[in-house]
Design a protein around this ligand. Structure first.
Ligand SMILES: NC(=O)c1ccc[n+]([C@@H]2O[C@H](COP(=O)([O-])OP(=O)(O)OC[C@H]3O[C@@H](n4cnc5c(N)ncnc54)[C@H](OP(=O)(O)O)[C@@H]3O)[C@@H](O)[C@H]2O)c1
Length: 340
């Protein structure tokens, strides 16, 4: 089942990345595919409302739906994985030491196989705690995005997005948190299902009391490796800049709700790029790749999707700014300063 979830996620990420990559190659045969993608991915100022394809739209402020869903789903995965990591963490170390001593005393096991069992269990534990760490970072992101979509952004009444873009948002916030814990998700789901079954059979009174010791839940996270902490620093660098850039965008409209006009943003990374909030998102997901240890293909594919999707939208946004404002600063790049 573990492989099934991983394989499904990888195939899903690839299915979304490939069309975007294909239309990036300049070819007149691909113009219609480019147009379809643009209509589906377009939102707000880059939403082409004159297109025949663009009849199925929803208000752009429906972005908040993604984040309500993302907060619920990410919190569930985080709490379930954390509780499981806590249980398995203490169980494995005890079980391993008991079986090690017993095997050694009875002479029933070769010393190398004991070491192998121990290191496999430790590696397994480490992977689960690493997933908890990644999900904590994701939780920071989705909580802030929910707050911003409700209280910081002033979506104009005319801003729309295509229904495909709306559904893609739900796909993304289902697949992204799951990709961060896909190597232990099947065990976690079985653990949750067993706990629910136990609760139903035994009833609340006969369930073991919940003892919450902060230190037991936090200390294994502090023992993770350098990759996780370097990844977290990169993640929070992007997180902080996105927070600032979103505040700048949210303050561009003076008369809130009635103002549908667009202005040239200034400040923070806006001085070097037209869509620095997209750049910050890419930095955050690069942080997640580093924090995952850099060896997980599913996390790499998630990062590739974010990159392809946002570079595509940033290129359109940059063209839109240059068309709309004659005095648009010429030193700004679309998304990656000094490169693109
Ligand atoms: N991970 C992913 O794959 C992914 C995909 C999509 C988005 N996101 C993230 O979600 C966040 C929001 O994305 P978005 O595409 O909705 O951003 P956006 O189109 O730039 O819009 C954000 C808000 O700012 C307003 N705004 C933008 N430019 C403006 C201007 N020049 N003048 C006045 N108001 C302006 C928009 O108003 P209107 O409503 O009137 O347009 C909207 O309320 C980004 O940080 C992005 O990274 C992530």
């Amino acid at each position: 089942m573990e492989l099934e979830i991983e394989r499904l996620l990888r195939m899903a990420w690839l299915a979304w990345i490939l069309p975007i990559l294909i239309v990036s190659f300049p070819s007149s045969h691909l113009n219609s595919l480019h147009h379809i993608l643009l209509v589906c991915a377009g939102r707000g100022k880059i939403c082409n409302s004159s297109s025949r394809l663009n009849k199925l739209t929803v208000p752009q402020k429906f972005f908040s739906h993604f984040y309500v869903f993302a907060v619920i789903w990410t919190s569930f995965l985080l709490l379930a994985t954390w509780e499981y990591a806590h249980k398995i963490g203490s169980l494995v170390s005890e079980a391993t030491s008991h079986s090690t001593v017993a095997s050694y005393l009875t002479g029933g096991s070769h010393i190398f196989s004991i070491y192998k069992t121990q290191s496999t269990s430790l590696e397994h534990n480490y992977r689960i705690w690493r997933s908890v760490f990644l999900l904590i970072l994701m939780e920071f992101q989705v909580l802030r995005r929910l707050y911003e979509s409700l209280y910081v952004f002033n979506y104009s009444s005319t801003a729309q997005m295509h229904i495909c873009g709306y559904l893609t948002g739900f796909f993304f916030y289902t697949a992204a948190p799951l990709s961060l814990c896909c190597n232990c998700a099947p065990e976690v789901f079985t653990f949750v299902a067993n706990r629910v079954a136990e609760f139903i059979v035994k009833g609340k009174e006969h369930m073991p009391p919940v003892e919450f010791q902060w230190l037991e839940f936090l200390s294994p996270l502090l023992k993770l490796g350098w990759f996780q902490w370097i990844g977290a620093v990169i993640f929070f660098c992007g997180w902080l800049h996105q927070c600032r850039c979103h505040a700048i965008l949210g303050n561009l409209r003076e008369v809130k709700e009635q103002d549908n006009d667009y202005r040239i943003p200034h400040g923070d990374w806006f001085e070097v790029a037209s869509s620095p909030h997209y750049l910050a998102e890419i930095v955050m997901y690069a942080g997640l790749v580093v924090a995952s240890g850099g060896l997980d293909l599913t996390v790499w594919l998630m990062f590739a999707f974010v990159m392809a999707n946002l570079v595509f939208a940033a290129a359109e946004t940059h063209r839109w700014y240059k068309r709309k404002f004659d005095n648009y600063p010429s030193n700004r790049y679309a998304i990656i300063p000094f490169l693109y």
